[in-house]
Design a protein around this ligand. Structure first.
Ligand code: ARG
Length: 588
């Protein structure tokens, strides 16, 4: 369906043209004076310059053309030259009823769907997920869902950090503790055990211990580096261990992501890119892009227009080892070969921006990625605590994601038990659902690139601009619908009637903005626009609810019309929260 803004623009533009002015002046926007009107056009002000006339004279002419049109209740020319527009109740009811007949509620899919790969999550194997990984997961998942809703083929890749020294560290520590394991016997020729020689909690202890030791003991670090080298050059025992580390980690990661309603189409890692490195490097050399500088192999990526220095992309260290740049480039090689994406999006901490500038430029320059494939970096800000510093545990440590989620679940559970008496199991499940909305909405309601303060008390509140408030509004709707249906009534086939008071109209106006909100969020990869929209919509609904006697309305058509309006609002809210990556409980 066409956006309301577009429908108004068409009428206003036609009026400008009929008066002899260019069509470009017919642009319409939401009113910034909601006390005066709903939409406005400022075109007369701009046209005044070109046509050397007073803006109000132009506005008055155009305004006359727009009188008596069914779409408008009123169009008024206001000094110095605004057109203030109020939609007619009939037009609005009609628009909303059309939305109701469309299962996508008036949101059209894109004409030419794209294949988009989205790299998000980015956890590191054998290290527990911490809050730093939370934002990538939440934002990436939402962008993926929005793209999919708009018709694009979205392929999410978790891009595990499963390569490099961390693996050598684990192997070294394990060998120290259990030298008798077959993985360390160079003469072993049998098959390796299927069972991993450690659990996830052991793994999560082994890695930090090894990492600490390596910082204090150069010999230990040397050993870990050798182990890493041997692992990467085919040591069968080490490779079997790597398999175990991956399996144990990945199943733990999957469980964690599942609790966040986050899932990935691909579970590829940095290690999957390694086989592509030799040929990629050879080609970069043969094509004359890569050269040796201070022992390392590099590709220049600076451009004349740079205002700050962009260092060369590092392809190989002097010892021949590959780096973070190399892995991301080789990952692009298989992504292009296997999926031919129209676009690759990276949702990563904005502090990695320089790395991606280098990688993107190098990938273009060396022909890994053609111009027809867009590369987009969506850098997110830091999640801070109330003290404005990166979020930490009470004793100052890095907060494990699991613990953070558990803490918020607990808080929500207490709240729910305070409010109502619900069976224990239902309260636990409800708490989990509502807590997730608190975490996700708290994050997504901010523009991704900005830092934000993770304020548990505010995020979990049932009032204000929060996830729980949105869910509370949906639950309220469900309960009204239940009561209505319990009376044996149904609003199937009913239509929304033109508004008879201000709060009804305000709700319909908000509903009618649904497609615009989604298009905006899609075009700008900006879930926060959906949050802003549903907050307004929920507020409009709650005002309507307080000012309208729905259940005691005696005129059945009127009542069914209200219920229809409610159902529609509920559907829109439900689509939106699904795009944000959470859901609503039955009650709370
Ligand atoms: N594993 C990395 C980290 O924890 C994030 C990976 C981001 N994605 C990428 N393609 N480099 O910092």
């Amino acid at each position: 369906m066409k956006e309301v803004l577009e429908l108004i623009r068409q009428e206003v533009t036609a009026a400008f043209v009929r008066c002899g002015y260019d069509e470009k002046y017919g642009r319409v926007s939401l009113s910034n004076r909601p006390d005066l009107c709903e939409y406005q056009c400022n075109g007369a002000m701009a046209a005044a310059k070109e046509y050397k006339k007073a803006p109000i004279a132009i506005a008055t002419e155009v305004c006359e053309q727009l009188q008596g049109q069914a779409m408008f209740e009123s169009v008024v020319a206001c000094p110095p030259g605004f057109l203030n527009i109020i939609l007619s109740g009939d037009f609005l009811a009609d628009y909303v009823n059309h939305m109701a007949q469309d299962e996508r509620m008036g949101v059209d899919q894109v004409d030419t769907p794209k294949t988009i790969m989205i790299d998000y999550g980015g956890p590191n194997v054998a290290k527990p997920l911490h809050v730093g990984h939370l934002r990538s997961a939440i934002i990436g998942e939402s962008i993926k869902r929005i793209g999919r809703f708009m018709g694009d083929t979205m392929i999410g890749d978790v891009h595990l950090g499963d390569w490099g020294l961390q693996m050598g560290l684990i192997i070294t520590e394990l060998r120290l503790r259990q030298p008798q394991l077959v993985y360390f016997d160079p003469d072993y020729e049998g098959t390796y055990p299927e069972e991993a020689p450690f659990t996830i909690s052991e793994l999560e202890e082994i890695y930090p211990t090894a990492s600490k030791k390596s910082k204090e003991d150069p010999a230990y670090k040397e050993e870990a580096m050798t182990a890493t080298y041997e692992l990467q050059h085919g040591n069968p025992g080490y490779q079997a261990l790597l398999g175990h580390i991956l399996n144990v980690s990945v199943s733990d990661l999957k469980r964690n992501y599942e609790n966040l309603n986050v899932s990935f189409e691909l579970w590829k890692g940095e290690s999957d890119a390694q086989p592509y490195i030799p040929a990629m490097v050879d080609k970069m050399k043969a094509d004359g892009f890569a050269y040796v500088s201070e022992g390392a192999l590099v590709v220049d990526v600076k451009e004349d227009t740079d205002t700050k220095e962009i260092p060369p992309c590092m392809i190989l260290k002097s010892d021949g080892a590959s780096l973070y740049d190399t892995t991301d480039l080789a990952t692009l090689v298989w992504r292009m070969e296997d999926y031919h994406p129209d676009k690759v999006i990276y949702v990563v901490d904005k502090r990695q921006e320089l790395h991606f500038i280098q990688v993107f430029r190098c990938a273009r320059k060396t022909g890994i990625v053609p111009d027809s494939t867009a590369l987009e970096f969506i850098g997110f800000g830091t999640m801070n605590g109330k003290d404005g510093k990166p979020f930490k545990t009470r004793d100052g440590g890095v907060m494990r994601l699991e613990n953070l989620v558990a803490e918020i679940n607990e808080k929500m559970y207490e709240k729910i038990m305070e409010n109502k008496t619900m069976p224990e199991a239902e309260a636990k499940e409800t708490a989990r659902i509502v807590a997730l909305s608190a975490i996700k909405y708290g994050d997504l309601s901010n523009q991704a690139s900005k830092d934000y303060i993770f304020d548990v008390d505010r995020f979990t509140s049932f009032e204000g601009n929060t996830g729980p408030y949105i869910l509370y509004t949906i639950v309220r709707m469900k309960s009204i619908l239940n009561r209505y249906h319990d009376e044996g009534k149904s609003a199937d086939g009913a239509v929304v009637l033109p508004a008879t008071n201000e709060s009804q109209k305000a709700l319909m106006l908000e509903l009618a903005k649904f497609n615009s909100a989604i298009y905006g969020a899609y075009e700008e990869s900006a879930p926060h626009r959906i949050c802003a929209y549903i907050y307004d919509l929920a507020n409009a609904f709650n005002r309507f609810y307080h000012e309208t006697k729905i259940m005691t309305e005696e005129d059945e058509d009127k009542q069914a019309g209200y219920i229809r309006l409610l159902e529609l609002t509920k559907s829109v809210l439900e689509i939106c929260i699904d795009l944000l990556g959470f859901e609503a409980p039955e009650r709370m």
